[in-house]
Design a protein around this ligand. Sequence first.
Ligand SMILES: *Cc1c(COP(=O)(O)O)cnc(C)c1O
Ligand SMILES: [Zn+2]
Length: 419
Amino acid sequence: MTLTCYRCGRTAGSGARCDCGEPLWLATDPADFSWPDGDADGPGTRGVWRYADLLPVDPLDGVGTAAGATPLVRVPRLDESAGCRLWLKDESENPTGSFKDRGSAVGVAAAASAGDDRVGTVSHGNMATSMAANAASAGLPCLVLVPEDIPPERLGYLAAYDPDVVRVAGDYGRLYYESLDLSGVRFVNSDTPYRVAGQKTTALEICEQFRRTGPDAPDADGGSSRSSPARSEALGEGTAPDAVVLPVSSGGHASATWKALRELEAAGLLEDVPRLYLVQAAACDPIAEAYRDGADEVGTAEAGETVAYSIANPDPPSGTRALTAVRETGGAVVSVPDEEILDAKRALARRAGFCVEPASATALAGVRRLSTDGAVARDDHVVAIATGTGFREPPDAGVDPPSVALDDLDESVSALLSG
Ligand SMILES: *Cc1c(COP(=O)(O)O)cnc(C)c1O
Ligand SMILES: [Zn+2]
């Protein structure tokens, strides 16, 4: 497998970073790629592995074959507040509840096929859980390096899969780089080439699913977007959403999404490349800051506290690559304050029935900003990636429903319904 640098074009046979400092990714030859057969849906041919022609490794039996194949759902009841035709890509349906399973499935399969004895990652959240689960399934020991101040409940979720966990005191940003130099462990960190290869499949699925169902999806008023003449003319094999919006931290998933779009374009499967919009929490937004400043490189930000703890990376290793993705596709990077994140999280549950973690809700908060700014239009089809489940969140405190006697039920319910 050859690695290449998106920025300077240099190639390498191994490693995670180019001599120019930017992250490497795996070279692919997508020219002959076409959409797989509609009914390929068995183990090893479903989800992530449906796109085997664009992946560097064969599937490994086990939980990795359950990654991906998540639903793309039209959510018209959120259109008004989103200011567009909104879709959700529900990544909570992955085996450990986030899109990280896509990258772990490919990363762990690569380690197993190379005969590595041990895998590892640097994470205090979803990536750690996902790596531990995939390693358990592969029968490989897993080393997870976490920050010293990790909340105890996160260690609890992780312990279910029994990895080796080590707390590391010191600069967490530097730990990412230091881990890649450790011997005896294959680290599959947030933006390493095999993880990016797996995480590419979120966008491959979005484009394939949208092409099948998107144009016929109902609008909030019950009509179909096919009824718009301008739009139906544009409908063809290469139909894709107008924009894809995702929360960004290390920039790994954003890079992977961009790579998927480039590959589909090279294969002649996209008429227009969707605009890529990235969203950060205002308290920790180095990529948004570089975007606002028109900078060429993403620097290090203040590590402020935010409810969106899964995306609070002040020193993103693929930040500059994510910024490039946005510029090349005509998108933008926005940041949103915690109140807007929590409001979006409530709206997703109360108006659409999706329980997501705050980091995921930033996608909707970002779409709202983008439509207010005029970057997203009412008739745009916009896919927000709901990156991770909210079922691991501590429940809301202070919920106190009325209590009634069984014998008074009739009366009490009538009073409730009329009142
Ligand atoms: C990891 C994660 C992100 C950010 O992805 P990066 O690849 O680090 O940019 C967003 N949302 C959730 C729920 C995550 O777990
Ligand atoms: Zn380079």
